[in-house]
Design a binder for this molecule. Structure first.
Ligand code: NI
Length: 164
């Protein structure tokens, strides 16, 4: 496993649409392991492959307080959303900044796991926010375009609800 370099805002790759995975290959297995290691090493709770420069539809998420419950989502698709939540988000690709974003409070996702087996995942609040934030990355969208008001400097006074 290895840490991968995080691409930051201004890097054109972050605006591109990622391609689906049709077959699991050793290089994707390695990518998933590296993404998990990179996410954990930065203290983030989610990461999309495009953020490490690979345009493939892979997302890793772990919103557990102990950071011991990794989720791997391949070709994820949101199949249901409801309700609304407003909270502060941050993103590893936008270092030092945060912003207020309103998203669905509940989100149901269909995805493949790392064995290419279909899984249905449901989340509310933080997990629902993670699904939406990360799946947006696969479509070349970054949360800064959804921010209400101004992007703020990340300070300790502003507590982020979702910090990648
Ligand atoms: Ni992000």
């Amino acid at each position: 496993m290895a840490l991968r370099e995080i691409r930051v805002l201004g890097d054109e790759i972050l605006t591109k649409v990622s391609k689906p995975i049709t077959e699991m290959k050793p290089r994707f297995e390695e990518l998933i392991d590296d993404m998990l290691e990179t996410m954990y090493s930065t203290g983030g709770v989610g990461l999309a492959a495009v953020q490490v420069g690979i345009l493939r539809r892979i997302v890793v998420i772990d919103v557990s307080p102990e950071q011991d419950s990794p989720m791997v989502l391949i070709n994820p698709e949101i199949i249901e959303m409801s309700g609304e939540q407003t909270g502060v988000e941050g993103c590893l690709s936008v270092p030092g900044k945060t912003g207020t974003v309103t998203r669905a409070n509940y989100c149901k996702v269909k995805a493949l796991d790392r064995n290419m087996k279909e899984q249905i995942l449901e989340g509310e609040e933080l997990l629902a926010r993670a699904f939406q934030h990360e799946i947006d990355h696969l479509d070349g969208k970054i949360y800064v375009d959804l921010v209400e008001g101004d992007l703020m400097d990340a300070t300790q006074e502003i507590e982020e609800e979702y910090e990648e």
